[in-house]
Design a binder for this molecule. Structure first.
Ligand code: NAP
Length: 490
């Protein structure tokens, strides 16, 4: 029988190292708060380099035995973990909403989404094939085998506290790697709960280790992993500046990196689009998690022939979105994660208004709900000199840019250092072919706003990073290829 936990049983406040819950080496703690109310949920371990080192020691010790399990033995454990996550979907969903602020339905949805990667990689564990290379010389046999890369350090952001870490830990464990992980300061509790369930599923001591740290301690703590040559890979999801820093700093021990970084997604609506579908797709893509996702459309380009109609249809729907704490069952947009996030959104909107944008919906903070709420916003007459064109707003703000022809839209869409997701709506098959080839992005939504799936490769190009999560390619980042050359056989 798969065990079900109460929400309070899932809340852990210590590090998990070598199969045990432990306070930080120096006993330091930091507060985790509910972004809706500011209430302190827990005081969790504030790690230092000593804790990072202890986690690496455990992961390095556990590596040989985990690597040597049969793939189907690892798969069995991962399937149990998946079953436990799903059996605890409601409690985990509530925990996500509590520490991250997203509406409950989205919290539960994230649990199912994260679990889907665990199930996927449990199956993929049994499909790690190598190659027999066609013979080149008599008496010589050449083969290529895939091996786990070793100890993996996973560093994750706050916006999907369960899914982002699940889609790193699951492929790492499936491949036969051991893991040290650090979640974001704002949302460590869901990650700890996930690790608790992994332990319950039978992941052996030392195979999966998690340390939590405040923003003040994160740099020094993670630096220990960057310097440690036993850590062979960094898998990171977060902002582009931090991704670049990790790439630079880990170069001294030449680690393999997967970097899922920031985006600045364009969303293009052509005159020949199905406008109802485009509005629906934009609402789904933009307002998930209050606009705090890396694949959220950040710049919406609308062709002149449908601009006014589309702006009208969209702003009516946006004005109807319900902003409320996660505990309200009708909530569609919750609080933003913290005051820094809110200040950035307000700065982007103020700057756009100063440069001539017009508010069609929202455009203001909602202090009556709490300090972290911002009204879902549509801005018309957006232009390229505005801050929100060059930077990810990471909030519920849709700026509408007007364009005349396809070449202009594609050039504007690509005019960014980023290249994660992009979207366009058109019913012209030739245009669909041209534009999907021309867009510089790792992911293209064509008449579709919901793109993520465990079966599909997720990742960016340009300064949105490298590596792919999910799909049959997702294990490659955790494997290295060994070439075996056997001679003197004849
Ligand atoms: P972030 O500031 O880069 O932080 C991400 C993680 O890195 C957190 O755990 C953070 O710890 C840690 N960190 C920050 N600075 C560090 C340093 N110098 N050394 C070691 N660790 C460090 O990003 P965020 O604000 O949490 O997340 C939002 C960003 O993530 C956006 O840009 C978004 O587009 C991107 N994102 C990308 C994807 C994708 O798949 N491409 C998915 C989701 C989000 P603290 O929490 O303690 O700062």
């Amino acid at each position: 029988m798969t065990r079900q936990f109460e929400l309070k049983e899932l809340i852990r406040s210590d590090n998990f190292i070598d199969g045990q819950w432990r306070a930080a080496a120096d006993d330091a703690r930091f507060a985790v708060t509910d972004p809706a109310t500011g209430t302190v949920i827990a005081q969790v371990a504030d790690s230092s380099p000593a804790d990072a080192r202890a986690a690496t020691d455990a992961a390095a010790r556990a590596l040989p035995a985990w690597r040597d399990l049969l793939p189907k033995e690892r798969a069995t454990i991962l399937h149990k973990w998946n079953a436990l996550i799903l059996a605890n979907q409601h409690a985990l969903g509530a925990l996500i909403s509590l520490e991250q602020g997203k509406p409950l339905a989205e919290g539960r949805g994230e649990v199912a989404y994260g679990a889907s990667y665990v199930a996927w990689f449990a199956d993929e564990a049994t499909r790690i094939y190598g190659d027999i290379i066609p013979q080149q010389q008599r008496g010589k046999r050449m083969t290529a085998v895939k091996e786990p890369i070793g100890v993996v350090a996973a560093i994750t952001p706050w916006n999907f506290p369960l899914a982002m870490i699940a889609r790193k830990i699951a492929p790492a464990l499936a491949a036969g790697c051991t893991v040290v992980a650090k979640p974001a300061e704002d949302t460590p509790l869901t990650a700890s709960a996930l690790v608790l369930l992994a332990h319950e599923a039978g992941v052996p001591a030392g195979v999966l280790n998690l340390i939590t740290a405040s923003r003040d301690h994160a740099v020094a703590t993670v630096a220990d992993w960057l310097e440690d040559s036993r850590v062979r890979k960094i898998t990171f999801t977060g902002s582009t500046p931090v991704g670049k820093y990790l790439a630079r700093e880990s170069a001294r021990t030449l680690k393999k990196l997967s970097l899922e970084l920031g985006g600045n997604a364009p969303f293009i609506v052509f005159n020949d689009a199905d406008l109802d579908a485009a509005v629906g797709g934009l609402l789904a893509a933009k307002f998930r998690n209050g606009g705090q996702t890396c694949v959220c459309p950040n710049r919406v380009y609308v062709q002149a022939g449908v601009y006014d109609k589309f702006a009208d249809m969209l702003s009516r729907r946006v004005a109807e979105l319900k902003v409320a704490p996660a505990t309200d069952p009708d909530a569609q947009i919750g609080p933003m994660i913290n005051i820094r996030a809110l200040d950035k959104i307000a700065r982007h909107v103020d700057d756009a208004l100063a440069h001539g944008a017009r508010v069609l919906a929202g455009g203001k903070r909602l202090p009556e709900l709490g300090p972290h709420y911002y009204a879902p916003t549509v801005l018309a007459d957006a232009t390229h000199e505005m801050l929100l064109c060059g930077e990810e707003t990471f909030g519920p703000v849709v700026p509408l840019f007007r364009f005349d022809d396809e070449a202009e839209a594609v050039e504007a869409a690509n005019n960014t250092p980023f290249g994660l997701a992009s979207y366009f709506y058109s019913q012209d098959v030739r245009r669909i072919d041209r534009v999907s080839r021309a867009l510089q992005a790792g992911i293209v939504g064509i008449n579709e706003g919901a793109l993520a799936s465990e079966a599909a490769p997720f990742g960016g190009v340009k300064e949105s990073g490298y590596g792919r999560e999910g799909s049959k390619y997702g294990l490659d980042d955790y494997l290295s290829i060994k070439y075996l050359c056997q001679g003197n056989l004849a």
